[in-house]
Structure formats: C-alpha cells, structure tokens
Design a protein around this ligand. Sequence first.
Ligand SMILES: Nc1ncnc2c1ncn2[C@@H]1O[C@H](COP(=O)(O)OP(=O)(O)O)[C@@H](O)[C@H]1O
Ligand SMILES: [Mg+2]
Length: 291
Amino acid sequence: MALERVRELFNLPEEKVDKEIVLPERLEELEFENVHFSYGTISHTSPEREEESISKSQPRDESISDNPVLKGITFRAKRGEKIGIVGSSGGGKTTLLRLLAGLYEVDEGRILLNGKRLTTAELIALRRQVAIVEQEPYLFNDTIYNNIRFGNGRASEEEIYSAARQAYADEFIRRLPDGYQTEVGEKGANLSVGQKQRIAIARALVKKPKILVLDEATSNIDSISEEFINRTIFSLPDDMIVFIIAHRLTTIWCCDKILVLEEGKIVEEGTHQELLRMNGYYKRFYNVYVE
Ligand SMILES: Nc1ncnc2c1ncn2[C@@H]1O[C@H](COP(=O)(O)OP(=O)(O)O)[C@@H](O)[C@H]1O
Ligand SMILES: [Mg+2]
C-alpha cells in the first residue's frame, strides 16, 4: 500500500507520461471550476482501485454519485500565491489537492491552467511540477541523502544541503553519527515523525516544483522548527503556487487567500482578516484555536 502511494505521488512510470505533452513554461493561474468528485470514480493510477470501482459501479448510473467528496469546488490561485485550506477533518482537503496532481479524474467540472482546460494526460504531466508533502511522509529504506535526492535526481550536493537547511533539517541530520549517510531503516524507524516530515519537505523543495502542496506537513513539528519552516515557505520564489493545509492557524494566517472547506464545499474564502469579519466557520476555528 505504502509503495503504491509513493508511486502515485512521485514515481509515475515513465511510459505513462506522454512526452508529447508540453505544458506552458510559465504557470500564471490555476483554476478549479465547479469540480465534483467521488471515490467511486475510476482511478487511472491505481489498478487495484480501478478494478474495485469498475465492479462496484456496474451497472453505473451516472446521475447517482456514490458519496460525493467534493461538491462543486470553484477557486482560483495565481502565480506566487500562498493558498491556505482549513476545515473539519474529512471535509475533502486532501482529496482536493490530490486531484491537482492528476491522481484521480474529476466527475464533473474543470481544472484549468492559465485559462485552458487540462486534459487528463496534461494533469498527469503536471504532476512532474507538483510536489506534495503529506502528514505521514513515506521514506525509503535508504540514506537520508538519497531520500532527499529522490525529489530531483539531478540535484547537486549543495542543492540537497540547501533544501535541508530550508526545511530546518540540516542541523539534526548533521548531529546524527552518520550524518546525511544515515540509513533511515524501514519506514524511517529511527526518526521522529517531525524529522521525517522535515526530510520530506526538503525532498519537495529540491524538486523546485511549480506547485507545492503541504498537507499537514508540519503537524508533528515543534513550534520553533515550524516557525522556521514557515519563514522558508513564505520566502519561496514567487513563481510557485503553494497550498498549505494546516490545523495550526498560525501557519495559515499569512496566506494570500484562505479557503474554508466543509463537507466538500468551499463555505468561506478570503484573507485571515476578511474571514474573521465574516464571523462564521473560520471565526469559530479561530476561537477554538486562541482559547
Ligand atoms: N482513497 C479513498 N477512498 C475512498 N474514500 C476516501 C479516500 N480518501 C478519502 N476518502 C474519503 O473522502 C472524504 C474526504 O477525505 P479527505 O480528502 O481525506 O478529507 P480531509 O483531508 O479534509 O480530512 C472522507 O469521507 C474520506 O473518508
Ligand atoms: Mg487530509
């Protein structure tokens, strides 16, 4: 299962990426337009799930979507923006950002890049420019160095160290007896979750993606390291779009735009200040948070 996920997230077999597909060099704007999605849909990346969903959806009535997870998502993200996403657990935040990486096909609606609708093949190609850090990152049974390098096989040694510094990982790595050559062991057994998260962030940064997705990526990191990582995130090159899902609102406060996602719908959207003034969902999260 873990391996399957890694393949999904990073390591799409080359034959699946159509070399003919050329995406625009400059990412100006990314847009979701009335996107609907349920996991009953056929996934083109996971054969197991595909079989499962084909069998359960025969005969398939297109008008009845079993358990829709996203129900008409519309938003726009511009080059250089940091977009925060908050909302109750199970609301569809992770799913939303996985659609971006072409892991699943939408049931209805469109995903547009620079105003042009992306085909499924283009979404798959886009994955090469997307880096996702999830809450429980997967590390390979290999050295820390190679785990970071996995984000970008062409990265120089200096680029790898630099990404680790940006992810606030360099210091702890150097304190290990074998430093960067430390074997992380099965599932990174010798490292804390917070350390694994920082290695995963370094791996994402070394890829120099156009779209960076941090899905509760700092949830197990102490607040001082998190503050440092936040500074990194907010000083990333402004040709990137960064999506940040976080429970801690301090990570979200400075975002250019915050989407509040509840039960598959965007119920509020705006800056921190605007959302507080709305006195709704976000304000309630905020009240719980500052209590
Ligand atoms: N791989 C999956 N297959 C089927 N259902 C899923 C899968 N992943 C998530 N879900 C369901 O989709 C809904 C949204 O989940 P998720 O996107 O993880 O929300 P969030 O990230 O906001 O907690 C939940 O009801 C969850 O159980
Ligand atoms: Mg999630």
